[in-house]
Design a protein around this ligand. Structure first.
Ligand code: OTU
Length: 648
């Protein structure tokens, strides 16, 4: 069946006959807007299937049902967002990530800490997965056994919905994970598959012998080589191999099966109808597997994401997608949608390239790879944005583009080795206390775990009780926050970093965490420490906290820092200094950041080129920069947000 206007009409007629007035004007408007894309993408993926048309029609019924059952309060919000699709981007949103149990004990307690979020200026929260998962093998919540239930002890879905609705009243929005690439082996589908149920075996990639797995393995990298080598797991109960890209207990869902897409779409819409504002699409690059490829970023992944986005925009327009695609820089941007799909795929994507290159610049005291990487990022349309971050719940994978590294004079392999050594504290002069995550002896690859403060040197300096080192580490943390909160995009803070939380090694004592070093940066948030930090603004932690608070409040009133504002990198002729101008309409802000631990100078001649007029004031410190002989002098790790003086 080729798409014609008639197809849309036929489907609508059928729906109307079956569901009468439920098929109302709003539904029809939204359905009509995305119909062509939805239909064509669906056909592109499943068109070879004999029953694809009736399956497509069933999907439409599902959309109608979720549309009808959506809470009227949420429907009101939807309408506002439909009138203003930029609702998210025209505010200076700052997000915070946390684990419910580690931050506040349970879901409902989030409300008890609402004032903390408001006081800090947090505009949205990413609540880490709280769905039912096995007690032991759960990958921090990313191995889900039941998407419709909450981990016992954390509360209920009703609690979650209540929290989501109440926070929205205070303009705090909610992001949760949609873990759609895999389920736990304890999920009902997996259990049925293990009992020999063929219908559910087809929900996963299962093979009777090693023939096909071996073909796949030829080109597939290993994600968790230390604890789960290979990409397949043998199931003696049914004498089959199942694809398990992540842990052996995380079974990859098979999206070539339209029933999988239907079930997962149902789960997604259920979550969205609880009052979620942003869905984080976990491990999205892995959704489609193809022999002879790395099984990442395949074209079908983008089509499926577009299908999901179209479904959401019918039921809950204004709900955003965040791509969790921690892949090479050039592949990440594709998740915003390419060509005519821009704005129809993900609205947000983690800016992993920026994150990695910030850590690179700190270790090398040189911004050349950072500048090169940022300068190659394409200008994004205003309907999408990067999510910038320094740390998150995961490890840091050193995923810069090899070509960029070579262009700035690094050997990519050696440079990755250096960075790993540096952040694992093995390089002479390193200040960092990171832990290795998933070292792969075959490829020499290793990733890094650790909190922001520990990776930036505070832990080592405190242990050594080295006053100068403590100061330097504090300056490094401050520098990273100043970049994070002035860069183009949506900043996302990791809980605890605002009070310079150090690594927590207690995970080693718990069997279920011991072999996953990421738990070193997933400790309990220390509310007592927060109190003492607030009382002691001169301590390293106090300095960090008051700075973060100040930066967020500046960000709220600075139009130049809106995600919609522009960012232009400036070459100031000094490889230690990152310089950029943020612009919104006539308004400009110049950011100068010294990544070295020595004083650096910048000739002010470049200001004329930018049409920026002296005198400038650093709005963070409310101070004029130190000028000597027509040069701006920046102290070690100094970073200023410079604006023209209002009265000049
Ligand atoms: C994600 O991360 C989650 O953030 C992790 O916490 C999970 O363990 C994992 O998925 C499995 O659900 O490899 O080291 O390109 O890099 O999906 C982290 C995306 C990961 C992957 C990413 C993955």
């Amino acid at each position: 069946m080729k798409y014609t206007q008639a197809t849309f009409g036929e489907i609508v007629e059928k729906l109307k006959k079956e569901f009468g007035e439920s098929v109302d004007e709003t539904f029809l408007l939204r359905f009509g807007l995305v119909f062509q894309d939805l239909f064509e993408n669906y056909r592109w993926i499943y068109g070879a299937n004999r029953e694809w048309q009736s399956q497509f029609y069933n999907l439409c019924i599902m959309l109608l049902n979720f549309y009808v059952s959506r809470n009227p309060l949420l429907k009101e919000i939807d309408k506002k967002r439909e009138r203003n699709p930029y609702w998210f981007f025209e505010r200076n949103m700052v997000g915070m990530i946390f684990y419910v149990d580690r931050w506040c004990g349970n879901i409902i307690n989030i409300l008890k800490h609402k004032d903390y979020l408001k006081d800090l200026g947090v505009g949205f929260i990413h609540i880490m997965p709280f769905f039912l998962a096995p007690e032991e093998e759960n990958d921090g919540g990313y191995a889900i056994a039941d998407y419709y239930q909450v981990i016992p002890g954390l509360g209920t879905m009703d609690d979650f919905s209540k929290v989501a609705l109440e926070l929205k009243q205070d303009n705090i929005y909610i992001m949760i994970d949609f873990v759609l690439n895999h389920t736990s082996n304890q999920h009902e589908w997996a259990k049925k598959a293990l009992e020999g149920d063929e219908y559910y075996q087809q929900f996963y990639y299962m093979f009777p012998d090693r023939t096909i797995p071996s073909l796949f393995e030829k080109t597939m990298p290993e994600i968790f080589p230390e604890t789960s080598p290979g990409n397949f797991t043998y199931l003696p109960e049914i004498q089959k191999w199942v694809m398990t890209i992540f842990h052996s207990y995380q079974w990859d869902l098979n999206y070539t099966n339209p029933n999988v897409l239907r079930e997962m779409t149902g789960i997604m819409l259920y979550l969205v109808n609880l009052g979620v504002d942003i869905l984080r699409l976990d491990a999205i690059p892995y959704l489609w597997k193809r022999i002879g490829t790395s099984c990442q970023n395949e074209p079908e992944v983008h089509k499926i994401t577009q299908i999901l986005k179209a479904c959401v925009s019918i039921v809950a327009p204004g709900v955003l997608f965040l791509a969790e695609a921690i892949v090479q820089p050039l592949d990440i941007v594709k998740y915003f949608g390419e060509g005519h799909a821009i704005g129809k795929e993900c609205d947000l994507a983690y800016n992993a390239s920026l994150m990695v290159c910030l850590w690179d610049a700190l270790a090398t005291r040189n911004v050349k790879l950072l500048s090169k990487t940022v300068s190659k990022q394409p200008e994004l349309p205003s309907c999408v944005s990067w999510v910038n971050y320094i740390r998150c719940h995961d490890d840091i994978g050193l995923s810069f583009e090899d070509r960029d590294a070579m262009e700035v004079g690094y050997n990519p392999f050696a440079h990755r080795r250096f960075l790993a050594d540096f952040y694992l504290g093995n390089f002479p002069g390193s200040w960092a206390k990171g832990l290795p995550f998933m070292p792969n002896p075959r490829t020499g690859d290793v990733r890094i775990s650790g909190t922001l403060a520990s990776l930036a040197g505070l832990e080592k300096a405190l242990i050594e009780d080295d006053f100068e080192a403590i100061q330097k580490a504090t300056e490094r943390i401050k520098l990273l926050f100043k970049i994070l909160l002035s860069f183009k995009g949506v900043p996302l803070l990791y809980y605890g970093d605002e009070i310079a939380t150090l690594n927590d090694y207690s995970f080693r004592e718990e069997k279920k965490y011991a072999n996953d070093t990421r738990w070193v940066h997933r400790g309990k948030f220390d509310w007592k420490k927060l109190q003492s930090v607030q009382k002691d603004p001169l301590s390293p932690e106090g300095q960090v906290f008051s700075l973060v608070k100040k930066l967020i409040s500046l960000r709220h009133r600075e139009k130049t820092l809106l995600p919609l504002g522009f960012l232009e990198l400036v070459d100031v002729g000094n490889e230690h200094i990152l310089a950029y101008v943020r612009t919104f309409k006539e308004d400009k802000m110049l950011v100068l950041a010294n990544f070295s631990d020595e004083t650096q100078i910048v000739d002010i001649a470049f200001l004329a080129r930018l049409d920026i007029v002296f005198p400038l004031v650093d709005i963070i410190e409310n101070k004029l920069p130190y000028i000597h002989d027509h040069k701006i002098v920046l102290g070690p790790y100094q970073c200023g947000w410079f604006k023209e003086c209002a009265d000049s």
